[in-house]
Design a protein. Structure first.
Length: 620
RNA sequence: GCCUCGGUAGCUCAGGGGAUAGAGCAGCCGCCUCCUAAGCGGCAGGUCGCAGGUUCGAAUCCUGCCCGGGGCACCA
C-alpha cells in the first residue's frame, strides 16, 4: 500500500464532513490519536465514500468497532464492521470487507490490511508507526498519552463523600483510590474534570456527633455522664472533645444531673435508644443555647473534616471543592430545587410530609423531601446538589458510590427528570466492597476488636503506593480481596513492586551508563531505531504504542483496572527483554536505539503510575 | 419478595458478541563470571454455575433455575 502524508487524509476528512453529515471528524490531529481511534476513522471514511457513491445504501453508518487482536497472525487491530453490516446491506461479509478495504484512505501508520476469517479487516501496524512511537514518547514526555484538554465532555466527579462523623475506613479507601485514579484518567483522556467531596454536615448523624463530643467534653471536665449506646464511641471523639475544651474551656459545661434529668431510658428495645439520643440532642440545644451548641457542632465538624482531608491528602487524593450540605440550605439552593420540582407538578402532601412522585419517574417508591417535622430530608439535599452540579457542569455528573448505595441510582435519575434535566447526564459507578486478608486469614473489620479499620492504618501498614494500586487492580465493579501480606511483599508476586522495579531497573541502566563514562545519544538512537528488531523489542514497541488507547478505553469504561493491568503487562515485557539482552553494548547504534526504547518504557511506566497515584522510584 | 453485583485453572482475577478462553500465585523443571535473581524461561492445569433461547458466530446478549456478596428508612 503506497503511503501518503496523513495531512492528505485530514483534508479528505474535511471534504467528506461537508459531503455527508453521517461522517463525523474528530478535532484531534491524527498523530495525537491513539492507533485505535485512527483506524476507526479510516474505516469511517471508507464507509463515507461508499455511501456517497451509492455503493452502500444506509441511513447512518454504525461506528466501527476496532479491537486489538489477540494473536499476531491477525495483525494488530481488527475491525468487524463488515460482519455486522453485511446483512443490513445484503452483501456477504467478505465481499463487503473487500469493498471497505478498497476505499480505505492510505495511512503511514498502517502496513497492510488483510481480510480474514468470516470477514474481519485485520490491520497491521507499519514499522514506521512502531518507530515513531518511541520518538513520540520521548518528545511528549509526561504528556504522552494525554489528549488535548476539552476534547471530551466535562465531568463533575463526586467521590468519597463519607460522612464526617468518624475517620475514613478501608472501605472508603477503595472509593478514594478509584475515584482519584479515574479522575486522573478522565483528565488524561481529554475531559475537564471537577473533583468534589460532598460533606454531609447537616442532619441527625451530625447532631449525634456533636452530642457525643459534648458528652466526652463533660467527662473530661469531670462530670459524671452516661454515654448513649447510639453515640459515637470511638476514641477520636475524646480527641475532638479535648480540642473543644482547649477552645472553649468550661463555657460549655453543665452538670451531669442537668444533662440526664428526665430523659427517656437508653434501651435497645422499642426504639428506646433512638428516643434517648434524640432527647439528648434536644437537651444539649436547650442547655447550650444556639451559640453554645453551634460551637460544639462546628468544632466537631471542622476537626473531623480536617482529619479526613489530611488523610486523603496523604493518600494523594485531592478535591477541587468540598461541598457543604448546609451550604445548600443557606444559599437557598434547596428551596430552589424544591420549587422546581413543585413547578413540574412532582410534589404532593401526605401525612403532613411533602413527597416527590418518584414512582412516576422510574423509581420504585415515592420519596419524602420535607418531613412532618418541617425538616428537609437527605434526599432533598441530594436533589439540590444535583441541580447545582448540572448547572455548573455542561457534561456528565459522575457519582462514585459504595455498592450499598445502589438504591440511590433510580431515585437520583428520577430527580433529574423531575428537575427537567436529562437523566443520561448522570453516570453512576458502584464500587464493591474490599475484604482485607492477612495471608489466608480474613481481617475482621469490627471497631471493637481493635484490628485495623481505618484507611490511615492501612496506609501506614502497606504504604500509599501498594494501597493505591491494590485498590484499583481489580474492576471496581468486583469484590476485592486485599492481601496485606502480598501488598507488603517486595517480590515479583507483588504487582506494585514488580512494576516499580521495572522503572527502577531502567533508571539503573542509565546510572550504569554514566558510570562507564558513556552518554545516551538520543539522535543516534532515533536514527537507528530500526535496529530494534528483536521479538522482545517489537513487542515492547507495540505495547508502548497502545498506551494512549488504554487511557482512552479506561476513561470510556470508567475502569482504572485496565490501566493497572496494562502497566503490569508492560513491566513484564520489559523484564523479559532486560533478562534477554544487554543494552550497554559496543555498537553505538544498537546501544542508543535500545536506550531510547528503555527511556520510552520508563516514561510510559511513569505516566501510567502517575495516573494511578503510585510513585515511580529511581531505585529500590 | 424486589433490586443489584457476581459464579471462568487448586487460589486470586482478566476477557463482557467474533477467529485456538488468558495472566499471576500455588505445583513441577530449568537460568546469575554479565546493566538489580526484588528478575527470566519452560511444563502441567478449563464441561467459562446449570438448562433453554437469539445469532453466520455466545464465556460474552435474553429467559428460567441453582449458589454466594450487598441493598431495599419521614437514618445520614
Amino acid at each position: 500500500m503506497p503511503t501518503r502524508l496523513s495531512t492528505a487524509f485530514v483534508d479528505n476528512a474535511a471534504r467528506l464532513a461537508e459531503a455527508s453529515a453521517a461522517v463525523t471528524i474528530a478535532p484531534v490531529p491524527p498523530d495525537c490519536q491513539s492507533m485505535r481511534a485512527h483506524i476507526k476513522e479510516l474505516v469511517t471514511q471508507a464507509l463515507g465514500y461508499l455511501k456517497r457513491d451509492g455503493v452502500l445504501v444506509i441511513d447512518q453508518a454504525p461506528e466501527p468497532e476496532v479491537e486489538r487482536t489477540r494473536s499476531r497472525e491477525h495483525g494488530d487491530y481488527a475491525c468487524n464492521i463488515a460482519l455486522g453490516l453485511a446483512r443490513v446491506v445484503g452483501k456477504n461479509p467478505r465481499e463487503l470487507a473487500e469493498l471497505i478495504r478498497s476505499r480505505l484512505p492510505d495511512s503511514r501508520r498502517v502496513e497492510k490490511v488483510d481480510i480474514a476469517g468470516p470477514g474481519f479487516l485485520n490491520f497491521f501496524a507499519s514499522p514506521h508507526y512502531l518507530r515513531v512511537v518511541v520518538r513520540d514518547i520521548l518528545r511528549a514526555g509526561d504528556d504522552y498519552g494525554r489528549a488535548p484538554e476539552g476534547s471530551r465532555d466535562d465531568v463533575l466527579l463526586e467521590y468519597v463523600s463519607a460522612n464526617p462523623t468518624g475517620p475514613l475506613h478501608v472501605g472508603h479507601g477503595r472509593g478514594a483510590a478509584y475515584g482519584a485514579s479515574l479522575a486522573s484518567i478522565l483528565s488524561a483522556a481529554g475531559h475537564r474534570v471537577q473533583r468534589e467531596y460532598y460533606v454531609n454536615d447537616y442532619g441527625r448523624q451530625m447532631d449525634i456527633l456533636a452530642v457525643s463530643v459534648w458528652l466526652r467534653y463533660l467527662e473530661l471536665a469531670g462530670e459524671r455522664v452516661a454515654f448513649p449506646s447510639n453515640g459515637y464511641h470511638g476514641d477520636y471523639i475524646y480527641d475532638i472533645a479535648r480540642e473543644v475544651r482547649r477552645r472553649h474551656g468550661d463555657h460549655l459545661r453543665h452538670t451531669g444531673m442537668d444533662v440526664a434529668e428526665g430523659l427517656p431510658v437508653d434501651a435497645d428495645r422499642d426504639g428506646g435508644a433512638e428516643a434517648h439520643i434524640d432527647a439528648l440532642i434536644e437537651r444539649a440545644r436547650q442547655l447550650l443555647g444556639e451559640q453554645g451548641y453551634e460551637a460544639c457542632f462546628s468544632a466537631a465538624l471542622e476537626i473531623m473534616v480536617a482529619d479526613i482531608r489530611d488523610d486523603l491528602d496523604g493518600f494523594g487524593v485531592v478535591f477541587d471543592r468540598w461541598f457543604s450540605e448546609r451550604g445548600l440550605q443557606q444559599s437557598g439552593a434547596l428551596d430552589r430545587a424544591l420549587k422546581r420540582l413543585e413547578a413540574g407538578g412532582w410534589l404532593y402532601r401526605k401525612d403532613g410530609a411533602t413527597w416527590f412522585k418518584a414512582t412516576e419517574l422510574g423509581d420504585d417508591k415515592d420519596r419524602v423531601v420535607v418531613r412532618e417535622n418541617g425538616r428537609s430530608t437527605y434526599f432533598a439535599s441530594d436533589v439540590a446538589y444535583l441541580l447545582d452540579k448540572l448547572e455548573r457542569c455542561s457534561g456528565t455528573s459522575l457519582y462514585i458510590f459504595g455498592a450499598d448505595h445502589h438504591g440511590y441510582v433510580p431515585r437520583l435519575k428520577a430527580a433529574a427528570r423531575g428537575l427537567g434535566e436529562n437523566p443520561d447526564r448522570l453516570d453512576f459507578q458502584l464500587v464493591q466492597f474490599a475484604v482485607l486478608y492477612r495471608g489466608q486469614t480474613k481481617v475482621q473489620m469490627s471497631t471493637r476488636s481493635g484490628s485495623f479499620v481505618t484507611l490511615r492504618e492501612l496506609r501506614e501498614e502497606v504504604g500509599n503506593d501498594a494501597a493505591r494500586y491494590f485498590y484499583v487492580m481489580r474492576s471496581h465493579d468486583q469484590h476485592l480481596d486485599f492481601d496485606l501480606e502480598l501488598a507488603k511483599s517486595r517480590a515479583s508476586e507483588n504487582p506494585v513492586y514488580y512494576i516499580q522495579y521495572a522503572h527502577a531497573r531502567i533508571a539503573s541502566v542509565f546510572r550504569k551508563l554514566e558510570e562507564t563514562g558513556q552518554r545516551h545519544n538520543l539522535a543516534i538512537g532515533e536514527s537507528s531505531i530500526h535496529r530494534l528488531d528483536g521479538d522482545h523489542e517489537q513487542e515492547l514497541l507495540r505495547s508502548l504504542g497502545r498506551y494512549p488507547e488504554v487511557v482512552e478505553n479506561a476513561a470510556e469504561r470508567r475502569s482504572a483496572h485496565l490501566l493497572a493491568h496494562y502497566l503490569y503487562e508492560l513491566a513484564g515485557q520489559f523484564h523479559a527483554w532486560y533478562n534477554n539482552s544487554h543494552f550497554l553494548v559496543e555498537d553505538e547504534e544498537v546501544r542508543n536505539a535500545r536506550l531510547n526504547l528503555t527511556a520510552a518504557t520508563g516514561q510510559v511506566l511513569r505516566n501510567g503510575l502517575g495516573l494511578l497515584g503510585v510513585s515511580a522510584p529511581e531505585e529500590m
